[in-house]
Design a protein around this ligand. Structure first.
Ligand SMILES: NC(=O)c1ccc[n+]([C@@H]2O[C@H](COP(=O)([O-])OP(=O)(O)OC[C@H]3O[C@@H](n4cnc5c(N)ncnc54)[C@H](OP(=O)(O)O)[C@@H]3O)[C@@H](O)[C@H]2O)c1
Length: 376
């Protein structure tokens, strides 16, 4: 049985779902000759580890208890005394992860799985790569930091997977890597990579006011608690940067042109969320409605997309043919059109749910299984 030791950083919606997937896939993985050995789990405040990282592991009952405690909104530190485990406070967290990585990295192997939403993990991830550890990311922040950190993280490509950073479980990164490694140059990427903005743009296309659509999206739980986190476009810009860097562009967040769907005067420092939704958003209805009508005259629709082509890397509203994969997009799916030498006139199209804990965690799990050959 091949044993893959891992430490999970981040135990929110995605991290918990990953633990559930690991536990429920035990017999499937056993049939494949693989066993995932969770030696540690951390949140923002504590690290819980098996008493001796080699050969022991946190057992499945313990992992389910971790999910229950985190699901209730408590800290992992609450688990001290439950089962055989050791709990480290945040002041010792990084040093302890590094310590385990030093012991296991070059012997049995270790995967550090980042399901946090923090930029604080970047430093440790960039260091454990040199210790022979694998790094699996759902978190976009380590890959969208400086070029220096990026270069470090991708310096051992076989040890690194990050499928879920763009399009959740969709095979976007894997497909692009296959295309690139076959020498087929990618000329252009156009993608609707925010489920929320995909939904918003397809609803305003039907003539509904932006303010109404955002209100509905918020009530359906499609938006972040503050919808400006979606409407500002920064999350799409991070995904665009990851894709652009994958294509070899050596750029940073500052070089990406980002169109926000709300002006600075309606920013979080000026208006509360309620004020923005009730008073700010309705002021934006007319201009979006006019842009939708203008696009429609030319047979086009508006989509909030990232465009990467040559030196251009932009995020914002674009007019696209109604009869194109992106133009046909309805609802919250992600769609990426990939134009290459082989996919020239008709792009390769990757479409499907691009968010959600289940699909994101499934993408992370598939990444973990994908590196099994690196484990002795
Ligand atoms: N949900 C999706 O649909 C989706 C799709 C694609 C990618 N992603 C990415 O997946 C990641 C996780 O998303 P989520 O929805 O699960 O986020 P979340 O619910 O906010 O959970 C984040 C977790 O990270 C922990 N954390 C924060 N700082 C940390 C640190 N320095 N070290 C270790 N852990 C730390 C938090 O700890 P506390 O519990 O103590 O606060 C929390 O457990 C994010 O980066 C997100 O962008 C999510």
């Amino acid at each position: 049985m091949k044993k893959i030791a891992l430490i999970l950083m981040g135990c929110g919606g995605v991290g918990r779902q990953l633990l559930h997937h690991i536990v429920s896939c035990r017999s499937l993985h056993a049939n494949q000759g693989v066993h995932l050995r969770v030696v540690g789990v951390c949140d923002s405040k504590s690290l819980v580890v098996a008493p001796d990282a080699h050969p022991s592991e946190l057992d499945d009952n313990f992992l389910l208890e971790v999910c229950r405690v985190k699901g209730d909104g408590s800290s992992l530190s609450k688990l001290s005394g439950f089962g055989a485990c050791r709990v480290f406070p945040d002041s010792e967290l990084t040093a302890k992860v590094f310590d385990i990585a030093s012991h296991l990295g070059k012997s049995t192997g270790l995967a550090i799985v980042d399901c946090s939403a923090s930029s604080e993990t970047t430093e440790i991830l960039s260091r454990v790569i040199d210790l022979g550890c694998c790094v699996i990311l759902a978190n976009k922040k380590p890959l969208t930091s400086t070029m220096e950190y990026y270069d470090k993280l991708v310096s051992q490509p076989r040890q690194m997977r990050h499928e879920s950073t763009v399009g959740a479980g969709l095979p976007i990164i894997a497909s692009l890597n296959r295309i690139l490694s076959s020498g087929d140059p990618v000329h252009r990427l156009v993608g609707s990579l925010s489920g929320t903005l995909g939904y918003v743009m397809s609803e305003v296309e039907d003539g509904k006011p932006l303010s109404q659509v955002v209100k509905t999206a918020k009530s359906l739980g499609y938006t972040e608690p503050d919808p400006r986190d979606d409407l500002g476009g920064m999350d799409v810009a991070r995904k665009a940067l990851i894709l652009a860097r994958l294509l070899g562009r050596r750029i940073t967040m500052d070089s990406i042109k980002v169109e926000s769907l709300y002006p600075d005067e309606m920013g979080p420092t000026v208006m509360s969320v309620d004020e923005f939704v009730s008073k700010g958003l309705p002021l934006l209805d007319k201009s979006i409605c006019e842009r939708v009508a203008k696009a429609s005259v030319s047979g086009n629709v508006l989509r909030y997309v990232c465009v990467i082509e040559g030196t251009r890397c932009e995020v914002g509203i674009q007019e696209l043919p109604r009869d194109s994969p992106l133009g046909r997009l309805r609802g919250s799916d992600n769609v990426l059109e990939v134009y290459t030498r082989c996919y020239n006139k008709q792009p390769l199209v990757i479409q499907g749910a691009g968010a959600g804990n289940d699909t994101t965690a499934a993408g992370v799990l598939a990444d973990i299984l994908d590196i099994q050959d690196l484990f002795p």
